[in-house]
Design a protein around this ligand. Structure first.
Ligand SMILES: N#Cc1ccc(Nc2nc(N)cc(-n3ccc(CO)n3)n2)cc1
Length: 292
């Protein structure tokens, strides 16, 4: 399962924002290694009291991430459950979530095509690792990608990302609720009607949507649609607006195949991303970065 962390070990810092069910805070964790104390930065993810009934889903998310370790997966130290608070304690990632970073750096030259391809490839490695272990993540999106290193185009230092925990699983969200529709177009079509269809294949669909997010300058897909129109999008087998770069559009559409057996495995996705990386340089000559 996961390590139980005592309240006394934790010191609370500033609020860093909130998700749909949780609030996140910076914190410090006191830990004793061979009897002298060490203070380390941690991220405290607190389940809202109103969603206390979702606590076992938060524990499940922590448990999944605690069972495995990989350089592109977030390190979860454990859970601290005190009176009515349920807190997931994870490593503190310096630059936070990718969706916010992309918005903030929308037209910065630092976040160029090779930067985005590197981030996409690292996510592919994390997903390939999970696929090899037959572990379903269930909530792949730019909000759950964390940036440990911004990278530096001058020195050629690439960015470095870690995939965060999946948070509250869609399988326990009420079927009629808006909360599940809000996850369109990240959640695969086969999971909207029956979330039990969450699978390694549905993670591939979400990867496709996340690729679209990474290459769209900070836009949210289908953001302008009402919930009913989002459902209709799937019923009409519609596609996200294709990026101008046709090879990228092709890869996104392969991942977001409505027929889940047609979605490529992550080994194939990584191979295709490597092809884009090598082909990318001819492309640079004729399109400004924001026009991909
Ligand atoms: N300004 C600012 C700022 C915000 C957050 C961090 N750090 C961090 N560390 C983690 N381990 C996880 C997260 N998350 C953020 C959203 C989610 C949802 O998954 N996680 N943020 C650093 C700077």
């Amino acid at each position: 399962m996961f390590h139980k962390i005592k309240k006394e070990e934790l010191t609370w810092g500033e609020s860093l924002g909130q998700g749909s069910f949780t609030k996140i805070f910076k914190g410090k964790r006191e830990e004793y290694i061979d009897c002298d104390s060490h203070q380390m930065d941690v991220l405290l993810k607190v389940l809202d009291h109103t969603h206390r009934n979702y606590s076992e889903s938060l524990f499940e998310a922590a448990s999944i991430m605690s069972q495995i370790s990989h350089k592109h997966l977030i390190l979860v130290y454990g859970i601290c459950a005190v009176n009515k608070d349920n807190i997931m304690v994870q490593e503190y990632v310096k630059h936070g979530a990718l969706d916010i970073y992309l918005k903030k750096n929308k037209n910065k030259s630092r976040v160029n095509i090779s930067w985005k391809l590197e981030v996409a490839k690292q996510l592919g490695y994390a997903m390939n690792f999970l696929e090899d272990k037959r572990i379903v993540h269930g909530n792949i999106c730019a909000k759950n990608i964390l940036l440990t290193r911004e990278g530096d185009a001058m020195t050629g230092l690439p960015p470095f990302i870690k995939l965060s925990d999946p948070g509250i699983s869609i399988t326990i969200l009420p079927i009629e609720g808006k909360l599940r529709i809000d996850r369109i177009p990240w959640v695969a079509p086969e999971c909207i009607g029956n979330p039990r269809n969450l699978s390694l294949e549905s993670d591939k669909w979400s990867f496709g949507t996340t690729l679209w997010e990474i290459f769209s300058p900070g836009d949210l897909p289908l953001n302008s649609l009402e919930p009913s129109q989002k459902l209709q999008f799937y019923q009409d087998y519609l596609r996200l607006p294709a990026p101008k770069w046709s090879e990228l559009a092709h890869l996104i559409n392969q991942c977001m195949a409505y027929q889940y057996s047609l979605r490529p495995c992550f080994r194939a996705i990584i191979r295709d991303l490597n092809r884009l990386i090598t082909s990318d340089y001819e492309l640079l000559s004729d399109l400004p970065p924001s026009e991909i």
